[in-house]
Design a protein around this ligand. Structure first.
Ligand code: F0G
Length: 458
């Protein structure tokens, strides 16, 4: 088979500023050893997130010029609405400025004290929006999904038996909705099978509970279903996506991922009554129901992006480039969550740096070292992001995994950029025995990873 090439030509470019190792050492020190505090201009390859970082197509840019900026009933809204309806089949489409705005509106209405929201794994903003209302966010991931080294096709699946037991225990009246996140970002970008969505739906139906999808990466999930699940080989990505959404009564979407735009999102659903409440809140917090926090031009870009993401050539390239990076790293012995997910490679920092204990932040050590080595920016997902202090002893309570995420922006980097990232990682791995841990010298009371400052340990 021939090389899978980028299915696009480059019409407009953005120069990369190169820095030397000495310069990067200074930059990182000034940023308190926290890559979130580095100016993006000082980054050579930015793998901090795949969110809002996509390169838009010529068609999206021209659609932007077609944006209708009427306050109410703009033409751009109707184009946006019709594409979202085509994919989701949902009756009501409410635009929001990004994913978490959709979550905020939905959970403000259905959440509240005494309520529980089960999910395969809540993304952090989803969890925060559930918990902000006083409700409890419950993760019910299947067992294989919890083991980085196990290779399986659908490690994002929800544990259906655990879901049913949970609903029985909590009482169905206390579970306003069940959510499935496709793909499972916090669990390594792993896909969810159609069978699993169907099984979750049948449990939901039995107890009269609506099912919602957190659909940020629905097209990547659909591509995995096509490649890995029996019966889908000859179906189009649109048909698979339509089937996924057909089991859901609603969805929240961050268009910053699979809609290939820099800003945008939506909430979709079939329940008119719930939609009325959502729209009323939308008017207070986001804007009028036909623009919801976006400009007409943004709605156009989302509509066009949603058409483009369904292209199988695009998805083949997309999923392959992530897998390609994963293969390069594993063949050099670097431990990652296997198999590679859709949008990112997750390095297992515990196995990468077994001599650095969680309270010395092994993930942070890797993130700093790859910046110094090659100007690559990644994010720690471990004790820095999710660590909590014991209320009595003050001891650090670490999450189960210490990870470093290399998230790949869509249509931005070429194969040689990815080769370069692999080289930087491999070089860092080769001198892993020399890497030291870090201590935190400043931290904010919540979401400390964004602003914390560190000091390397001697
Ligand atoms: N749900 C999932 C699964 C996500 O990955 C994100 C964002 C959101 C919801 C929230 O969407 O950012 O538009 O408000 N994930 C980004 C990331 C931030 O880097 O993984 P948003």
């Amino acid at each position: 088979m021939k090389t899978i090439i980028e299915p696009f030509k480059i019409k407009s470019v953005e120069p990369i500023k190169f820095t030397t190792r000495d310069e990067r050492e200074k930059i990182l020190e000034n940023a308190g050893y926290n890559p979130f505090l580095i100016h993006a201009e000082d980054v050579i390859i930015d793998l901090l997130t795949d969110s809002g970082t996509s390169a838009m197509s010529a068609k999206q840019w021209s659609a932007i010029m077609e944006g209708d900026e009427s306050y109410a009933g703009s033409k751009s809204f109707y184009r946006f609405e019709s594409v979202v309806k085509k994919i989701t089949g949902h009756k009501i489409v409410i635009p929001t400025h990004q994913g978490r705005a959709a979550e905020k509106i939905l959970f403000s209405i259905v959440g509240g004290k005494g309520k529980f929201i089960p999910n395969n794994t809540h993304f952090d903003t989803t969890r925060a929006n559930v918990e902000f209302t006083g409700a409890e966010a419950v993760d019910l991931l299947n067992e294989t999904g919890k083991h980085p080294e196990i290779k399986a096709d659908f490690k994002g699946n929800m544990d259906v038996e655990a879901l049913e037991n949970f609903i029985r225990k909590a009482g169905k009246e206390n579970v306003p909705l069940v959510m499935i996140t496709v793909t499972n970002n916090s669990g390594g970008g792993q896909p969810v099978s159609m069978q699993n969505i169907r099984d979750v739906k049948s449990v939901c139906e039995k107890y009269g509970i609506p099912l919602f999808l957190d659909a940020c990466r629905f097209a990547e999930n659909a591509y995995f279903i096509k490649k890995r699940e029996k019966g889908y080989k000859n179906k189009s990505i649109l048909e698979i996506a339509q089937e996924m959404f057909s089991y859901a009564d609603g969805a929240t979407m961050s268009a910053k991922k699979d809609a290939l735009v820099n800003i945008g999102g939506f909430l979709s659903m079939n329940d008119e009554n719930l939609a009325t409440q959502c729209r009323n809140l939308l008017i207070v917090t986001e804007g009028f129901p036909t623009y919801g926090g976006l400009a007409g031009r943004d709605l156009e870009a989302v509509a066009q992006g949603l058409e483009e993401v369904l292209d199988e050539n695009y998805l083949q390239y997309r999923i392959r480039s992530t897998e390609y990076l994963g293969e390069k790293l594993t063949s050099a012995g670097i431990p990652i969550i296997e198999p590679p997910g859709g949008h990112a490679i997750y390095i297992d920092a515990k196995r990468f740096l077994p001599h650095v204990p969680p309270h010395q932040y092994p993930g942070q050590s890797i993130v700093c070292e790859i910046y110094i080595n090659g100007g690559v920016r990644a994010v720690e997902i471990g004790s820095v992001m999710f660590g909590k202090y014991h209320p009595d002893t003050g001891e650090l309570i670490s999450p189960p995994m210490e990870l470093v995420r290399l998230a790949i922006p869509r249509r931005v980097y070429t194969q040689s950029h990815i080769d370069y990232v692999a080289e930087v990682l491999i070089e860092t791995f080769e001198k892993r025995n020399k890497l030291k841990g870090y201590e935190i010298v400043y931290e904010a009371p919540v979401l400390r990873h964004f602003t914390a400052r560190f000091k390397p340990l001697k």
